[in-house]
Design a protein around this ligand. Structure first.
Ligand code: APR
Length: 343
């Protein structure tokens, strides 16, 4: 066994011993499985559902971390005990510190406040900045070779925070936004046309906020351009609903924000990385000149594989699309400037 794997095995013994296995049983268990390991920081609605989906797909062993004592442990155990019914064989454990997270392949950061009715994602900036800063510091200390997948809002600003704090290369800090935004757009299109959601592909650019840019032009149904199937007024209505898709759910829930679709979207990214699937997905990526944008995380199409972001696709935009993207990037920059002034 190579040195890295020995370290990884030792790290995995910790959650197993916490789960009550003695060292010998834990070792024999691990010898049969050098699975991937994913840490999910934040065991709230989004985090717990990420853990459940990762376990359900048998992608990796999962460690849930939260500041609230007992919650990650309890939810971890509960998810673990679904295994015999659902038929998955991964370990799921919970902790209040980061020791058990050591040598994770991926760290998904969902810790932080969700918004309430009337709030924009940007209203969460300063509170979640402190949380994401601490979570990143701790996570990367124990998993220096991991890939970070950010979910906490305001997403693009939180990616920038994690990127600065971790000092990771830009391919290893990725934000979940576009997969969710396109999932919402695809849902509404499929509903409107009465077709399978799996036939609808879509692309969204820009920040994960009110200024996101769903690209009707690059949206199709089994290769048929959307404009052949729907008139412009209908497309505009669906774009608008996708743009406000998060707020629509916050309004219903009243005490928090969406979590089933956000966790599904984050786990699609985790799966593409762990299985090196090289899916092309809209994600928040650090841009250095692409689309004329610098030193910001903004949603763009990327290839996701075992090295994280393996390619950023720079597509030719029409003038009004470029203008909308610039407006969205400017909104992200405003948040970064606020954070810079507080650092
Ligand atoms: N470290 C670890 N966990 C933390 C920390 C911290 N420093 N601070 C808060 N948390 C935990 C909370 O204890 C809570 O369990 O983060 C969890 C957040 O869970 P919820 O309140 O249920 O929020 P959720 O719906 O999961 O949203 C989390 O994801 O989609 C975004 O906008 C959303 O920013 C929000 C984040």
């Amino acid at each position: 066994m190579v040195k890295g794997e020995v370290f990884k095995m030792e790290a995995q013994l910790i959650p197993l011993s916490l789960a009550g296995l003695d060292r010998r049983s834990a070792l024999s268990y691990l010898e049969n499985s050098m699975r991937k390991k994913v840490t999910v920081v934040g065991a709230g609605n989004v985090g717990a559902n990420c853990a459940l989906r990762i376990a359900g797909k048998e992608l990796a062993d999962v460690v849930l971390v939260d500041i609230v004592e007992g919650v990650p442990q309890g939810k971890g155990l509960d998810i673990l005990q679904s295994g015999p019914v659902e038929g998955y064989d991964v370990t799921v454990t919970g902790a209040n510190d980061y020791e058990a997270t050591a040598n994770s392949d991926i760290v998904v950061i969902t810790a932080g406040f969700p918004r309430k009715p009337g709030m924009s994602r940007d209203d969460l900036l300063l509170a979640n900045y402190e949380i994401v800063k601490t979570a990143t510091e701790q996570a990367v200390k124990h998993s220096p070779n991991s890939i970070l997948v950010l979910v906490t809002n305001p997403l693009d600003a939180m990616c920038w925070t994690a990127f600065q704090v971790s000092k990771f290369s830009k391919n290893r800090v990725i934000g979940m936004a576009g997969v969710l935004d396109t999932a919402r757009f695809r849902t509404f299109i499929a509903q409107e046309l009465g077709v399978s959601v799996s036939n609808v592909t879509a692309m969204v650019l820009g920040g994960h906020g009110d200024t996101m840019v769903p690209l009707g032009r690059l949206t199709s149904v089994s290769g048929i351009p959307l404009s052949e199937l729907l008139d412009q007024a209908t497309i505009d209505r669906l774009v608008d609903r996708a743009r406000n898709g998060g707020a629509e759910i916050v309004k219903y829930l009243k005490t928090g924000s969406a979590y089933y679709a956000p966790s599904a979207a984050a786990v699609e990214m985790v799966e593409s990385i762990l299985k090196d699937k090289k899916k092309v997905l809209p994600c928040a990526a650090y841009l250095e000149g692409e689309y004329g944008i610098n030193d910001l995380f903004v949603g763009v199409p990327v290839k996701l594989g075992s090295r994280g972001i393996e390619k950023i696709y720079e597509i030719k935009l029409q003038p009004e699309e470029k203008a909308a993207l610039d407006k969205s990037a400017a909104a992200v920059k405003e948040l970064i400037d606020v954070m810079k002034s507080k650092m």
